[in-house]
Design a protein around this ligand. Structure first.
Ligand code: NAD
Length: 499
């Protein structure tokens, strides 16, 4: 069978890169299988995409909120019709188990529907009172212009919609740079917008390396907003570049060293389930993955015994099969996970479970099996404080909720966390004192709701959350004042008399 070749989607047309070069996307469960070939774009392709977006902006802005929103509804419907084939592409390209891949698509559909509904609500600013009663004031949300969305591979359909849905409805044009690991998912998104009839230049998808395509988009003087989700190191570099441009804003959503806090009074079954989901779903490759289970010392033995017994049963295998989790994204992901497992040994922790000697589900795929270790909290330990981005989890005994929260806060990250307790006072204490952007009670610390903001504090992001929290980033509020009087009356007692 001929290898699939997909182009960039620029100015409403499918085009190869001007360099004529291509890169491959491979199936992480079966790396011998090439998913497709994608254009290795460069600065000329970026220039074309940015000029097209800038050229499309005025007409798109003038179309109005409701008409723009309707495109998002069309796209949501197309994704609903293609839920299963699209989920299969995610499973094939990202190695995510099929059920998780379906959830990725459903999240994208919800985000597109949310953006549509937002447009139909028509809440496009606020009406405000003025000191001078004959003045009418309002604030209108103006789109900023060209929005660049740079996305990671682990939610290859959902995250692009978190970032582009509201951007478009609010009147911006969007250039999406999908991860090099999941370009087919990015190309499918372009295809849905094309099928929905979006005007040329409003949505563009450009493939290629982050260091070339991504950084040229960030630095381009005609891009006004950069929405980045990915690693802390790349996010920091983007923030530094954006700081050179007075009129450019950016959001960076990065990693975490999240935790589930398990209190003495916890429902143990719930705690074990929350721990397993938080530590191992998506092979531990979620920004909200729990690398730490902070367990009250009075129940630590009982919890550990049950957790390890369950982790022994967790099924790992081909993403298309009915397993708990699928493949790692690539060889670097496997090596990083192995390094963290090795670090736990070198740093003197007690290894409770390492299933990596078991035969891999496929001989050539990228696999890591659950790794569980335990020991006292040390903030100088790298494996306890840095993001492993793999199925690697520590059980750390703590004394009560206050110590659990103090340990939670004792890393440079602050993305998500949860507490398992039957005591609402402990839950309330944790909610108020945990330095995080996403908090759960009696739930795993993974998951995302499109109606809520999604983002972290400290090194997990720059406090401008994505999804529903993005509106202030995508627009600038214009302050408008009308005078309904026949004369000019100034505020603050300022005389309007011309002498
Ligand atoms: P990554 O940082 O390697 O890549 C993310 C994107 O940035 C890719 O599209 C890549 O091409 C691009 N990129 C790379 N270098 C660039 C540069 N110099 N300039 C501009 N763009 C560049 O991340 P990844 O491996 O794809 O994803 C994993 C990371 O993402 C983890 O740290 C995870 O925690 C984080 N993540 C965060 C969230 C969140 O919402 N906080 C969600 C998902 C993933």
């Amino acid at each position: 069978m001929a290898t699939l070749r997909m182009h960039n989607f620029i100015n409403g047309a499918w085009r190869p890169a001007q360099s004529g070069s291509w890169f491959e996307s491979r199936n992480p469960a079966h790396p011998g299988e090439v998913v497709g070939l994608f254009p290795e774009s460069g600065s000329q392709d970026v220039e074309e995409a940015v000029q097209s977006a800038a050229g499309a902006f005025e007409a798109w802005r003038a179309l109005g909120l409701v008409k723009r929103a309707e495109y998002l509804l069309r796209v949501a419907r197309l994704m609903e019709e293609e839920l299963e084939p699209l989920a299969r592409i995610i499973a094939q390209e990202a190695g995510k188990q099929l059920n998780e891949a379906r959830a990725d698509v459903v999240e994208a559909i919800h985000m597109a529907q949310y953006a549509f509904a937002f447009g139909h609500l028509g809440q496009y600013g606020r009406v405000l009172g003025d000191e001078v009663p004959t003045k009418r004031c309002y604030e209108v949300l103006e789109p900023r212009g060209v929005v660049v969305a740079i996305t990671p591979w682990n939610f290859p359909v959902a995250i692009p919609f978190w970032l582009t849905g509201l951007s478009l409805v609010l009147g911006n044009c969007v250039i999406l740079k999908p991860s090099e690991d999941t370009p087919l998912c990015g190309a499918k998104i372009a295809g849905y917008f094309e099928q929905a009839g979006i005007p040329a230049g409003v949505v563009q998808v450009i493939h290629g390396a982050g260091e070339t395509v991504g950084s040229s988009l960030v630095a381009h003087p005609k891009t006004q907003v950069v929405l980045f989700t990915g690693s802390y190191e790349v996010g920091c570099g983007i923030k530094q570049e954006v700081a050179k441009h007075a009129n450019k804003v950016c959001t960076i959503e990065t990693g975490g060293k999240n935790a589930v806090l398990v209190m003495e009074d916890a429902d143990l079954e719930m705690a074990v389930t929350a721990g397993l989901l938080s530590a191992f779903k998506t092979s531990g490759q979620r920004c909200v993955t729990a690398g730490r289970l902070l367990v009250d010392h009075r129940i630590a033995d009982r919890f550990t015994e049950r957790f390890v017994a369950s982790a022994k049963r967790v099924t790992v295998g081909d993403p298309m099969d009915d397993v708990f989790y699928g493949a790692m994204i690539n060889q670097q992901g496997v090596e990083k996970g192995r390094r963290f497992n090795e670090l736990a040994r070198q740093e003197g922790f007690e290894i409770l479970l390492d299933r990596n000697a078991e035969p891999p589900p496929t001989p050539d795929g990228y696999w890591l099996r659950p790794f569980v270790y335990t020991g006292a909290w040390r903030n100088d330990s790298l494996c306890l404080t840095e993001e492993a981005f793999s199925p690697h989890v520590a059980i750390v005994p703590v004394r009560g909720v206050e110590e659990a929260v103090a340990v939670y806060n004792d890393t440079k990250y602050g993305l998500s966390g949860s507490i398992i307790t039957e005591d609402y006072r402990k839950a309330k204490y944790a909610e108020e004192h945990m330095q995080c952007g996403i908090f759960y009670w009696n739930l795993p610390c993974i998951g995302a709701g499109v109606r809520l903001p999604f983002g972290g504090v400290k090194q997990s992001g720059n406090l401008i959350p994505s999804a529903a929290g993005l509106i202030p980033v995508l627009t600038h509020p214009k302050a408008v004042t009308y005078n309904l009087d026949r004369k000019i009356v100034m505020a603050q007692g300022l005389s309007a008399e011309v002498k």
